[in-house]
Design a protein around this ligand. Sequence first.
Ligand code: FE2
Length: 286
Amino acid sequence: MDDVLRLLHMPVGIPGSGRVRYGAAMELFQRGVISEAQLDAYREASPFDSRDAALLLSDRGLPSVPRLATSPTASLLALFDVARDYLKTLSHPGAAEVRSGLGRCVQSGRSLHARPHPIAARWLEVALAEAARSQPQLAMAIAAAAPHLAWVSYDGYRREEIGDRFAEGHAFASLAGSDAAFAADDFELGLFLIAPGVLYRDHCHRAPELYAPLTGPHGWRFAPGRPLIIKPAGEPVWNPAFQPHLTKVGPTPFLCLIAWTRHVDELARVLPANDWGALEALTLAS
Ligand SMILES: [Fe+2]
């Protein structure tokens, strides 16, 4: 992949570079990494060695192509770009709020300290194999950046309320916010991973929230005691402030991009329900 990206990003002006960039773009198209519209921009620019196809993409409102990740920081920046472009394509009631938050993100310049996590070590690769079927560019960017991310467990819940299985069965890594390559005032974007079969019990928080699941199907509900709704990969879930929500992970690990658009420092809280035992024992069909 890096070799192809190196060719795609060959500097403009070098004799023959227009055709080299187009050849690399064709390879990426065949791998499902870029779209036909993105490929067209490279085809049109190919006879002109000094023409930057990236400007054509921008003029046409098309997503940028993956950056060449030559360092840990570059891989984190590349992931942010691809994640932002993907989130902007999603339609949901909070789209404007998410777009505004993404627009406020700036490179933080922090020195980042990678932190491995047992759940990421065990389940991320499995999740990415599934995610790559619908979002190959995003899956590749996550795979490249994952070893450089600071993976943590969310510690805002009391263990007896959230349960051992969730407490020990999830991992989160910030892409924009605290301890991340990007910072934004009162906005947080990250990757959220939960092991197969785990129940993330009913909870709510003041922060409006977007889940953008890259795997599925998984079960959801939006009030304690209600039946589960099964949602596929790719269907965004928007939780307005204080809306209760629960996730029952299906047979593949749950991997999503998650954004909190305001009040990011206020903790989530568990909401009681009397059917968690049954939901924890339940196995969803694939
Ligand atoms: Fe939430």
